[in-house]
Design a protein around this ligand. Structure first.
Ligand code: NAD
Ligand code: ZN
Length: 262
């Protein structure tokens, strides 16, 4: 655990801390990652379902997959990694958590300063009316940010937009879609920090992947927590091979020990 000790030392002296998380952070809560074991559903790959093209082709199947994921997430609770990050969010002078996860478990754990890169699985948005700009469906009447609906299962599949009656879609950012400008700006802003921790993401999906580099360029101490090697592993200051739900609480204990020694 020498690597974990180096991260604990860096965090002990930090004022501004940023954490970037991905699907691996919720693996310990029983929510499968896309690329790991359990990432397949009825022989579909996630990349073939979480796209605008898949939704246009077959909204029923895409919604069926989302209903299955919503049910799994509704039954999940934050794990020790979420709880450790929540504690950090209350401790450091400036803290940001940028997550690619759509499950809401960081918020459930009480984390402050959450920047959600890919939206929320609990949001639903109109894919018709104002989204397509069709006059016949009442363009402009639909809430552009969508709405929250936590019902599992939804009473109607696929759900309909309450404003125009058109087809509704999950309120998440799909592969090939743009991340909202304000979200990107908030994440870029968070790359200016003393310590940048990337945990539970394969660091393959841009622009999240580029954030590590950005933080490094701005002088941050960078650390990765992942049981597997990723493209970021070779470039970070310290790579900790392990599960986030084990490594992060261990780092937290080391921080507490250092504080007690002082
Ligand atoms: P990914 O599936 O590509 O990669 C997951 C990473 O987590 C892998 O590198 C794996 O080695 C690592 N991992 C597995 N178990 C771990 C653990 N216990 N501790 C730490 N790391 C662990 O996921 P991604 O890079 O996040 O990107 C895929 C996209 O899928 C994201 O944009 C996200 O929106 C979406 N997604 C979200 C959820 C969720 O909200 N829980 C789940 C699956 C996918
Ligand atoms: Zn609508």
């Amino acid at each position: 655990m020498e690597a974990a000790g180096r991260l604990a030392a860096a965090l002990s002296g930090a004022r501004r801390v940023t954490v970037l998380t991905g699907a691996g952070l919720s693996a310990g809560s029983g929510i499968p990652t896309f690329r790991g074991a359990g990432g397949l559903w009825r022989n579909f790959r996630a990349e073939d379902l979480a796209t605008p093209e898949a939704f246009r082709r077959d909204p029923e199947t895409v919604w069926e997959w989302y209903e299955m994921r919503r049910a799994a997430i509704a039954a999940a609770r934050p794990n020790a990694a979420h709880r450790t990050i929540a504690a950090w969010s209350r401790r450091y002078e400036r803290f940001a958590l940028v997550t690619q996860n759509v499950d809401g478990l960081h918020e459930d754990a009480g984390t402050l300063g959450v920047v959600r890169f890919h939206g929320s699985i609990w949001r639903v948005a109109c894919a018709d009316g104002c989204a397509e700009g069709s006059a016949s469906t009442g363009a402009g009447a639909c809430p552009p940010e969508g709405w929250e609906d936590r019902r599992v299962p939804l009473p109607e599949r696929p759900p309909r937009c309450p404003a125009c009656g058109g087809l509704a879609r999950p309120g998440v950012v799909w592969f090939g879609e743009r991340i909202p400008g304000e979200t990107l700006a908030a994440a870029l802003d968070a790359a200016s920090c003393d310590v940048f921790v990337v945990a539970g993401t394969s660091a393959l999906v841009t622009p999240a992947a580029g954030l590590v580099e950005e933080a490094q360029g701005r002088g941050a101490f960078t650390a990765e927590v992942n049981p597997e090697a990723t493209p970021a592993t070779v470039s970070v200051d310290v790579a900790i091979a392990g599960k986030a739900e084990e490594v992060l609480p261990a780092v937290e204990r080391m921080i507490a020990e250092r504080a007690a020694e002082r």
